[in-house]
Structure formats: structure tokens, C-alpha cells
Design a protein around this ligand. Sequence first.
Ligand SMILES: O=C(O)CCC(=O)C(=O)O
Length: 281
Amino acid sequence: MANALKKEQVTAYWNDGYLFPLPALSAEQAFDYRQQLESIESNPAYHSLQRPLGDYIRTHTDVVVPMAAELATTPAVLDAVESIIGPDVMIWGADFFIKEANSRAHVTMHQDLTYWGFGETSNQVTAWIALSPSTVESGCVDLVKGSHRNPILPHTDTQAEDNILSRGQEVAVDVREEDRTHVELAPGQMSLHHGLAIHGSNPNTSNDRRIGYAIRYINPEAQQQTPHREYALLARGADRSGAFIHYAPPTSPFSKNSIALYEEIKEQQSKVLMAGLQDPS
Ligand SMILES: O=C(O)CCC(=O)C(=O)O
């Protein structure tokens, strides 16, 4: 494994709940993926799909867009992920977090595992790959060191307009400014974070878009605690759990079959992701 983590890096991940910066792509590859993404965004043919294009870009993009599945199965990324969760690696989610230049879009501080239905497991890790400069100015991800040692903490649903999260969830604890580690990344670099690590991000005050691709990797030991069906793309190794329905990467953008699969996955996952949604009023 050319990009396997060193022992000290693995130790740092488990101590801090995150690790960065790590190499994922060359700057040229990152630029090429950005261009592929932006050509999809600007293609009029993809603006009359069943859902607004932004929905497909925001979550489970690997189900409907070949370049998103290719990026999520990049060997250098999987090598680092394998160092954390072992040789059997599945993709459970793959989400673009895009903040337009000089926009108010932000992400409130939260723990990912709160609404995933897997409990407080360490059989997961998120790789966040930068496709544009991710800096304090552009609203990089901020993580709280050691916060992954917490259980799942209470969250409130803000559903605020400029919050990119599905329900605007926010952890109900005060996070001091000095406790935020700014995860600055150059295009092609990535960070890894644990699903219990508290994190969020501020608005983008730069003149460029901030584009990050967050891939949720799990291993077959991750056990869904609610009765809905779970889907995953097997990226490496094997899954003998029998608990997941495996899907293949798409071969063309937004094919009829991949859109149907997308709807099925969204319907099943929304049963847990949106469970107990609070009315903010
Ligand atoms: O991209 C961001 O600003 C937030 C990302 C995030 O919340 C995540 O990867 O879980």
C-alpha cells in the first residue's frame, strides 16, 4: 500500500480524532476532477432530472456520477482509510460540500454519527478531499481535538437557510474559538476524521468556490441499529456480513437505473437520517 499511514500517523488519528494534511491526488488530478464536476454542474441536460442537480451533487454522488465513484475509490485514499478501519472498505456515503465564493454557506458544529444509525462505532472514517483551496478564508473544516472521545451528544435542528447540513444540526455544547483546529488543505490534499469528532465550518469569504468531497467509509463490522435496508459500494476487500446491499459504480452520469437506485437509497436512509426531526419554530 503506497499511501498506507505510518504508525505515528495512526496513533495521532486515534489520539486527536483526525489527521491532516494527507496526499490524495496531485494538484493536476484535483484540477481535472474539479473541471469534471463543474462541467456536470453547467450541463443543461442535467438540470431537468427528477431532483434538482444540487441534491445529487450534495449526497451519494458516487451512485449517479462516474467521476465521483472513481474519486471515492482512488487507491491512495483507500490506502490511508485501510490503515484506520482495516482491509474491508465500503463506501456508505459520498457528499460534495460546496460553498460558493463570498457566500454565507456554513456548517454548524456537529458529530456525524448522530443520525447515521450505527451508534458510537469506530468502524467508520470520513476522508475529506479538497478540490479547491480550503483555508480559513474559504471556510475550511474546523475540528475539535479529542472530541471523538465523547459519546453522541445532544444536537438541535436549526434548519437555518445557509446551513449546508441536511437538518442544520448543531451539537448542544459551546465550542470555544480556540478549540477549533483549522483543517487547511491545498487542492488534492485530504483529511481523515472520526464520526464522533465535533466539526463544522464558517462561511467562505474568498473569491473562489470551496469544494470538498466527503466520503464516508465503513467496514462490515459497522452495524446498522435501525431496521431499514443499508446500501454500500464495496471498494476494497470483502463483506461477509450479509447486512449490506452492494451497488456497482455507475458507468454513465444519471442513468435511469442509477437514479432509481439513488431514490431507493435516499428513501431508506432518510428513515434514520431524518428521524425525530425537530420543528425549529
Ligand atoms: O465541508 C464542510 O464544511 C463540512 C464537512 C462535514 O461536515 C463533514 O465532512 O462531515
